[in-house]
Design a protein around this ligand. Structure first.
Ligand code: S3P
Length: 437
């Protein structure tokens, strides 16, 4: 399949958008709802393929879930209420489903096999199975440390774990396992990562504390979780594509409402400001839990930036976009400490470099990052872009194409459905569906 990508209208991008619900929060609402008592109602749920993989896996474990558009109702089965699945659980393309479910299944009274698509089956899973052992869990992986996996449910005991990778997926798996252990477990992160699991578990009644250092999390085992309503804010990682588009295309001014402003996720806004971007933020009134607000972005010329390891977690999914912005900024930008990008849905360092070079961008691949020479005008080398089966690369290509001086073509655009099925119709809303000459 192939999609024709249009260049931007001459007067830039304009309008208001409410982008779909946050992917990370949608996954967690399903999982935590499933192991709670009573009903959980989720509003503004993300109907992307990854979250649907989580929904299907939970249904295969005997959880009743009904979805009507972005409204979802989950009948919680309680902490150990999952049923032995009759067939392997299909994780699709979703790393979040796989890693979080390993933690959720480790203390259940069942054995579950997990399978994934070809991209997911190459991604590292030992980072979860190894620390889970400290709780007494048993997860078998392939010889390469990948899927397929078999989780053999066990009785778990408390543990103290010092993580050696900055990953919210791994952290969340460990927090889930800690819910099944007797006593209080402690998890120490390498760097602070997104804390949606902690925030949501607290809202459902668990005793999960984060120390002042921001990296030490203590979890009391066997809480009573009670189902509740979850209103999912819009995904800043989805809004980021249009935020970047407005920052890239002269004349643009766009507004995004009700976007997640969880401080562990707002790296893209800080980076854009540092690059000289024109960004204003109005927080929504917020009683507790996840923060959200309105983001307005106006075009402004950008300057180069340097990012290092400690900057990475809060911008991990937006780094391909940052490279794209740096490619039209004034000066040379450098991203380091981002080797994690190599184990995402694709090797996002290699693939970002490959795709941006098609626009004539001067970009160098580092083991753990990229060096990007910015310039005002690009010089398209080939019109054939490829998502490589990676949703975020496909969307980055579509945004970069706005700056090209000709029409571009995107192969494998269907991958975008993983996190943003309405991406192209939303893009049309802010380009006005304008076809250029
Ligand atoms: C996610 C965490 C991040 C991120 C992914 C979603 C999550 O992965 O890249 O898109 O929902 O916890 P890592 O935690 O492995 O960095």
């Amino acid at each position: 399949m192939m999609k024709i990508l249009q260049k931007a209208p001459k007067n830039g991008l304009h309008g208001n958008l409410t982008v779909p619900g946050d992917k990370s929060i949608s996954h967690r609402a399903l999982m935590i709802g499933a192991i709670s008592e009573g009903k959980t109602v989720i509003e503004h749920f993300l109907c992307g393929e990854d979250c649907l993989s989580t929904m299907k896996a939970l249904q295969d474990l005997g959880v009743k879930i009904v979805r009507n558009g972005s409204h979802v109702e989950v009948e919680g089965v309680g902490q150990t209420g999952f049923k032995q699945p009759e067939k392997p659980l299909d994780m699709g393309n979703s790393g979040t489903t796989t890693r979080l479910m390993m933690g959720l299944l480790a203390g259940q009274n069942l054995d579950a096999k997990m399978e994934g698509d070809s991209s997911l089956s190459k991604r590292p899973m030992k980072r979860v199975s190894e620390p889970l052992k400290k709780f007494g869990a048993k997860v078998e992986l392939s010889d390469q440390g990948t899927l397929p996996a078999v989780v053999h449910g066990k009785k778990l005991h408390e543990a103290t774990i010092k993580m050696d990778v900055a990953s919210a997926q791994v952290k969340s798996a460990l927090i889930f396992a800690a819910l099944y252990a007797d006593g209080t477990s402690t998890i120490v992160e390498k760097l602070p990562t997104r804390d949606h699991t902690e925030i949501m578990l607290r809202a459902f009644g668990a005793d999960v504390k984060t120390a002042e250092d921001g990296v030490t999390i203590s979890v009391s085992g066997k809480p009573r979780l009670k189902g509740r309503k979850v209103v999912v804010p819009s995904d800043i990682s989805s809004a980021a594509f249009f935020i970047a588009a407005a920052a890239l295309i002269p004349g643009s001014e766009t507004t995004f409402e009700n976007v997640s402003l969880n401080p562990t996720r707002t790296g893209i806004l800080h980076v854009l400001c540092k690059m000289g971007g024109n960004v204003s933020i109005v927080p929504d009134p917020n009683e507790s839990g996840e923060q959200s607000g309105t983001i307005r972005v106006k075009y402004a010329p950008l300057r180069a930036i340097e990012l290092a390891e400690e900057d990475v977690p809060s911008i991990i999914d937006e780094l391909p976009l940052v490279a794209m912005l740096a490619a039209s900024a004034d000066g040379t930008s450098k991203i380091t400490g981002a080797a994690e990008l190599r184990v995402k849905e694709t090797d996002r360092i290699a693939v970002t470099v490959q795709e941006l070079r098609k626009f004539g961008v001067e970009i160098e691949e580092l083991e753990d990052g990229m060096i990007i020479k910015g310039r005002e005008n690009w010089n398209v080398q080939t019109q054939k872009l490829d998502s490589h089966g990676d949703h975020r690369i496909g969307m980055m290509d579509a945004i970069a194409a706005l700056k090209a001086d000709c029409e571009m073509e995107l192969e494998n655009e269907a991958a975008i459905d993983i996190s943003y099925p309405t991406f192209f119709s939303d893009l049309e809303k802010i380009t006005g569906g304008v076809k250029n000459d």
